[in-house]
Design a protein around this ligand. Structure first.
Ligand SMILES: Nc1ncnc2c1ncn2[C@@H]1O[C@H](COP(=O)(O)OP(=O)(O)OP(=O)(O)O)[C@@H](O)[C@H]1O
Length: 344
């Protein structure tokens, strides 16, 4: 298929972001050592110094491909963040929102806090809560012969990711935020508008946190409504700007698949072409993730060193397995397979 593959060497660009794998491993090993130290501290009921904060250089997904199209999106995101506007990345499943959000957050160079949206995420999970009390006894022997002992219980407050991000001026990446119950997001309204974070449940004069001037937020959500997703409240959507992320262009998808799976450029091209054809034809969403998974399957079932065309039957088998979890019953899988066969 297509041009001479030997002349085209595969490149994973993004030198601005991609850091040397060994250096990253060394840094990660060092961080793990310190994180393990923090874990030990946390297990002794002390908070580690940086808790949910990540070093920006550690959050970029590995591998990360950066093409002109991706850089354009990163510039848009960081432009709005520089304008002190929270950004909402909206796009179909598996199109690359999370990777893009993390790479943009890393470019800012500020610590990063990552949260996954979930039905169980409530205000306390975002902001913090009292984590039990610390009991200690006070001895009082001021009067000779009289020994008075008082037991004191001091409530211990633990800040959760949003409070840590607001206080430390981190870039918050809140992935699939619409999976959380919208009520939990009421605290975001004053964070985005007045620059103040209320910590409901926290007593005392430090109930409110003044949000650090470098705090920023990137929210991501899927454009396709499906079970387990809440309609975000308009008041929140009114405080963010939307950057719509659709599937990348063909060249970018090829580079992304090639960065994840060791296959000949011709086979990558064939798999990406098949993915994009199925995306046009099928009712289910066929994302970049599906193309990567299919390529991983081909590398196993067909071996990764051949560069002859992949047999059509093989493509049908692999894409049927990759996409069948998105359809419900046995009969649907047969229909799916027929649709894939007629498309490829
Ligand atoms: N620029 C990139 N470089 C390398 N891999 C990428 C890039 N963008 C996306 N990917 C890969 O594509 C797949 C889908 O990306 P990602 O998880 O970011 O999509 P998503 O839109 O957030 O998906 P979901 O809607 O399921 O959350 C992942 O395997 C990811 O590693």
């Amino acid at each position: 298929m297509a041009n001479d593959s030997s002349s085209r060497e595969r490149k994973v660009r993004g030198k601005k972001i991609r850091s040397d794998r060994e250096a990253k491993e060394r840094r990660r090993a060092k961080k793990n050592l310190s994180t393990n130290g923090q874990k030990r501290a946390q297990s002794q009921n002390q908070r580690g110094a940086d808790g949910p904060l990540s070093d920006p250089s550690d959050v970029v997904p590995e591998p990360f491909v950066s093409t002109e199209q991706i850089e354009g999106l990163q510039n848009r995101i960081n432009g709005w963040l520089d304008a002190d506007q929270p950004v909402h990345l909206i796009g179909p499943t598996g199109c690359g929102k999370t990777a893009l959000a993390l790479s943009a957050a890393a470019q800012r160079g500020r610590p990063v806090v990552f949260i996954n949206g979930d039905e169980a995420v409530d205000t306390a999970a975002l902001v913090g809560q009292h984590a039990g009390g610390e009991r200690y006894k006070e001895d009082d022997r001021y009067v000779s012969g009289v020994h008075k002992q008082t037991e004191v219980v001091r409530e211990r407050w633990v800040d959760n990711p949003l409070s840590v991000a607001a206080r430390e001026g981190a870039t918050l990446v809140y992935n699939e935020f619409s999976r959380s119950n919208p009520v939990a997001h009421n605290v975001l309204l004053s964070v985005f508008e007045e620059g103040v974070l209320e910590r409901p449940g926290k007593r005392g004069d430090d109930r409110q946190i003044d949000v650090h001037p470098e705090f920023r937020a990137i929210l991501t959500s899927n454009s396709v409504e499906y079970a387990g997703v809440h309609e975000p409240q308009d008041a929140l959507l009114d405080r963010v700007v939307g950057v719509n992320v659709d599937f990348y262009d063909e060249e970018t998808e090829r580079e992304i698949v090639g960065a994840h799976v060791d296959l000949s450029p011709d086979r990558i091209e064939q798999i990406v072409a098949a993915t994009r054809a199925l995306r046009e034809q099928l009712d289910v969403v066929v994302g970049t993730r599906a193309a990567i998974t299919a390529a991983k399957g081909i590398a196993i079932f067909d071996g990764s060193d051949g560069d002859d065309d992949i047999e059509a039957d093989r493509l049908v088998d692999v894409f049927t397995d990759v996409l069948s979890p998105k359809v419900v019953g046995e009969g649907d899988v047969k229909d799916l397979r027929n649709d894939i066969e007629s498309t490829l």
